[in-house]
Every structure is written in structure tokens, then in C-alpha cells.
Design a binder for this molecule. Structure first.
Ligand SMILES: Cc1cc2nc3c(=O)[nH]c(=O)nc-3n(C[C@H](O)[C@H](O)[C@H](O)COP(=O)(O)OP(=O)(O)OC[C@H]3O[C@@H](n4cnc5c(N)ncnc54)[C@H](O)[C@@H]3O)c2cc1C
Length: 434
């Protein structure tokens, strides 16, 4: 005998709210043939618009509304399968960056008040972005579809406040910006993307992977630069990584990646990377460099964690020269055993009389859970305990040095702030912005 009863939440192994969340998370648009993501669903509280505000500023306010990234992501998903492949599963962080860039362009154009040189600065900014976007291999159709989705999303956000004036201004501004993006894409040289195969993986600590790859063709980057990297561990997520060895004809390249807690890419990468995996690398960028203008100015390098990679790359490159500025390197991490690159650095220093290394760790000892650690090699200066910024500023202002920094956003923020307070001229400090 069967009992006819309606299943209740107790029959559901996930519990009802979890099932709803699960279904809500699935992008159904492709199966439902939806093309206009915003059709028929007016916003309950559209962004207020005012006919007295210049249209470029109204558009900026619409593009910076907190709902914009999510709504725009929906519009792009509806625009076609190409866009679903171009963006990560959660496209909102990328579209939040786009919203900031668009807001800058709209506001700066308004403030330029017709001054051609200032408008040209905005166009140059778009060209620069275009050179970076080359890695996405966008077609004219992508640009047009993106523009239509943008117009649709801002119109949706404005609701009844949308008018011809806003539509014409947005279409004109987008036409100028997308033409500049395409110019930037076309002007960049070298391959847009280069494939690379992982040939070796080392895991010197629980949260760091040292990944060695061979690229299909040589990538000509300057030591200290970083590359945009696309990996198989989180589809469509590009991140910046800094090679730890200079560019070479054999195409050998090495990256050091730290598992950032809650990070989209770094955790899956550190846990999953293995020999044979294929990565995609794109256009080198960045400004970290040693100024070799004579007479040499001595160098202070400060590296936190995997931030050592671009600085070690610069040091390896310096080994080519008979004569070098003196370099003092502070290399810091949380625990002593996290100073995983110290053996290589000590090897370099053994044949580089111009290089001295100061290891720093926040804790004096490794935690029990870190397991067995390699013995740290001896350095001229004993390891100091404390934060990098305290160790660096404890030695003085370093006002006569060129200063190169590399590390996490927090480490960069704290070090710049502390060094400037200690008397280092701000303009002497070089680092690539997070
Ligand atoms: C110029 C440049 C060069 C870089 N080179 C390297 C490199 O050689 N090796 C490397 O491991 N990483 C490097 N990074 C950082 C890297 O690009 C990613 O930001 C990092 O791996 C986190 O990505 P994610 O997707 O895991 O985290 P996300 O999902 O992007 O971010 C998750 C959270 O972590 C924070 N976060 C982002 N980056 C860091 C970080 N480095 N430390 C602490 N918190 C962070 C974010 O603010 C956010 O709150 C570089 C970054 C820049 C800007």
C-alpha cells in the first residue's frame, strides 16, 4: 500500500531554502531563449534623474548604481553564448571594474568641457584598456552587442527618467570609447595570447605553488613586469602574475602563486595545478624596474610573500651585468618557513657582492600545523621578527634609494604609508598598483 502525501521539507535532503538557492544560481536564459534581460521587469525604485544635470553625469550616476554590475551581467548573459564564455561565472567583480572605468570616462569628459587635450586623455585611457583587452579577442560584433546591453541596462536603471538626450549622449560616448578601444587593440604588437604548458610544480609551503611552464612561443617581457594569465582552474578568470625568471628563448617561465583566502583563482590554482596543464598568457605590463642611469643610485627592494617573484626576476637579470647598483632586499613573510625563496636568493647573493638580504618574519617560529620545514639558509643579516614596514623603517628613511615594492595590497599600503612617514620621498617609491 502506498501513502499519497505531499513531500515536505523533511523529505528534501538539502532543505527547501538550499534548493531554491541552487536553482536560483542556475542561468536559465540559454534554455528559455531570453534575449532581452530587462524586458517587462521595471525596477521598483529607478535611479532618480534630473533634467538639470548634464547627461554625462546622469549616465555616470546610473553606471555607478550598486545594482549596475548584476543587471549588466544579466544583460550580457542574455546577449548570447559568446558573452557567457567571455565572463567568469560570477561576472560582477569584472563589471564593477568596468563601471568604475566608465564612470571615470564620463565624468572626465564632462569636466573637460570641450578642452581637446583633456578629452584626448580619456581617449588614451580607452586605447590603453583596448591594448589589454586584446587578450579577449573581441570582434566588432562583441563591441556592438556590449554597447546595446549597456544602453539597455542604463535605460532600465533610469526607468521613466530615461529620455532621448540620455540615449543619444550614451550612444555617442560609447561610439567614441569603443572606437578608441579597438584602436588600442589594433595598435598593440606581438601575439594577443600565448599558450603555455606546465612542466613542473613545486609546493614549498602549504599555500604556495611554484609553477614552471614552457610557452609555445617566446614572450618578450621586461624583468619586473607581470602578465595576464588565464588558467583552466576557474574559466574566464584572468589574473595578473609576475614571472620570477627573465624572458628567454627557450620559453621557460616561472610563477609563484599564493592561495589567497576566499580567492576566486588562487586557491583552485594552488590546489589543482599539475604537469601537463595548459595556460594562456597575455601581454606584459607594469613599471617595476631598476634605474641603471649612471652614476647608479642604490636600490632598496621590499618583497612580501610571493611578491618576491618580480624582484627576483630583476635580480637574476642584473646578474648579466659586471657592475650594478647596491641592492638591499627585505624579504618578509608571516612565518620563518614561509620564506620559501630564500635558498635561491642566497645562491644569487653568493656570486653578487652588490646584493644583501634581510629576511623578516612576523612570527618567530613556525606553527605546529605547518609540518616539517626546510632549514633556512644562513644570510649575512639575521632574520628579524616583526612586520616588513617596521623592519624597513627601523633602519632609517632610505631617502637616497630607489625603492621597489612588491606584495599584497595590504603590504603595499602599509609599507608606502610607513616609509613616507619615516621620510622616504613618495616619488622614490615604485610599485605596480593592485
Ligand atoms: C601587478 C600584480 C602582480 C601580481 N603578481 C602576483 C604573483 O606573482 N603571484 C601571486 O600569487 N599573486 C600575484 N598578484 C595577485 C593576483 O593577481 C591575484 O590578485 C591573487 O592571486 C588573488 O586572486 P584571486 O582570484 O584568488 O582572488 P580574488 O577573488 O580576486 O580576491 C579575493 C580577495 O582577496 C584580496 N586579494 C587580492 N589579491 C590579494 C593578494 N595578493 N594578497 C592578499 N589579498 C588579496 C582581494 O582584495 C579580495 O578581497 C599580482 C597582482 C598584481 C596587481
Amino acid at each position: 500500500m502506498t501513502t499519497d502525501r505531499t513531500p515536505g521539507p523533511a523529505d528534501d535532503p538539502f532543505g527547501a531554502p538550499d534548493v531554491e538557492r541552487l536553482v536560483g544560481d542556475i542561468d536559465l536564459d540559454p534554455y528559455l531563449g531570453r534575449t532581452d534581460a530587462h524586458a517587462g521587469a521595471a525596477l521598483a525604485d529607478p535611479v532618480p534623474t534630473d533634467a538639470g544635470t548634464p547627461p554625462l553625469l546622469t549616465l555616470r550616476d546610473l553606471a555607478t548604481d550598486p545594482r549596475f554590475p548584476e543587471l549588466f551581467a544579466r544583460a550580457l548573459r542574455a546577449a548570447g553564448p559568446d558573452f557567457r564564455e567571455l565572463f567568469p561565472r560570477d561576472a560582477t567583480p569584472v563589471l564593477r571594474e568596468f563601471s568604475r572605468a566608465l564612470a571615470y570616462a564620463l565624468e572626465a569628459t564632462e569636466q573637460a568641457a570641450g578642452d581637446t587635450a583633456k578629452v584626448e586623455e580619456v581617449v588614451d585611457f580607452a586605447r590603453h584598456l583596448g591594448a589589454d583587452h586584446r587578450k579577449l579577442e573581441l570582434t566588432r560584433r562583441h563591441h556592438d552587442t556590449f554597447g546595446e546591453a549597456l544602453v539597455g541596462t542604463l535605460r532600465h536603471l533610469a526607468g521613466p527618467g530615461w529620455d532621448d538626450r540620455l540615449e543619444t549622449t550614451l550612444r555617442t560616448a560609447y561610439a567614441v570609447l569603443s572606437a578608441a578601444l579597438r584602436e588600442g587593440e589594433a595598435a598593440a604588437t606581438g601575439p594577443a595570447r600565448v599558450g603555455a604548458t606546465v612542466v613542473e610544480v613545486d609546493r614549498p609551503t602549504r599555500d604556495v605553488a611554484v609553477v614552471r611552464l614552457i610557452t609555445d612561443v617566446m614572450i618578450d617581457y621586461h624583468p619586473g613586469q607581470y602578465l595576464s594569465v588565464l588558467t583552466p582552474y576557474t574559466p574566464a578568470v584572468w589574473r595578473r602574475l609576475s614571472p620570477a625568471v627573465p624572458s628567454n628563448p627557450a620559453g621557460q617561465i616561472e610563477f609563484h602563486v599564493r592561495d589567497v583566502p576566499e580567492g576566486t583563482l588562487s586557491g583552485p590554482l594552488v590546489r589543482s595545478v599539475s604537469v601537463g596543464d595548459r595556460w594562456v598568457l597575455a601581454r606584459p605590463l607594469g613599471h617595476l624596474d631598476v634605474d641603471r642611469t649612471e652614476p647608479f643610485r642604490d636600490v632598496l627592494m621590499v618583497a612580501g610573500g610571493t611578491g618576491i617573484a618580480p624582484l627576483r626576476c630583476l635580480l637574476v637579470d642584473m646578474m648579466r651585468f659586471g657592475d650594478n647598483p647596491r641592492v638591499h632586499l627585505f624579504y618578509g613573510a608571516r612565518h620563518p618557513g614561509d620564506l620559501y625563496d630564500l635558498p635561491t636568493l642566497v645562491d644569487l647573493a653568493s656570486t653578487a657582492p652588490w646584493l644583501t638580504i634581510q629576511p623578516v618574519s612576523e612570527a618567530d617560529e613556525d606553527p605546529w600545523w605547518a609540518g616539517a620545514r626546510r632549514e633556512l639558509p644562513r644570510t649575512l643579516h639575521r632574520r628579524q621578527t616583526g612586520t616588513l614596514v617596521d623592519a624597513v623603517t627601523g633602519w632609517g628613511s632610505w631617502a637616497d634609494r630607489q625603492v621597489l615594492l612588491s606584495g599584497s595590497p595590504e603590504m603595499l599600503r602599509a609599507t608606502v604609508k610607513g616609509m613616507v612617514a619615516a621620510g622616504t620621498p613618495r616619488e622614490n617609491i615604485l610599485y605596480d598598483r593592485p
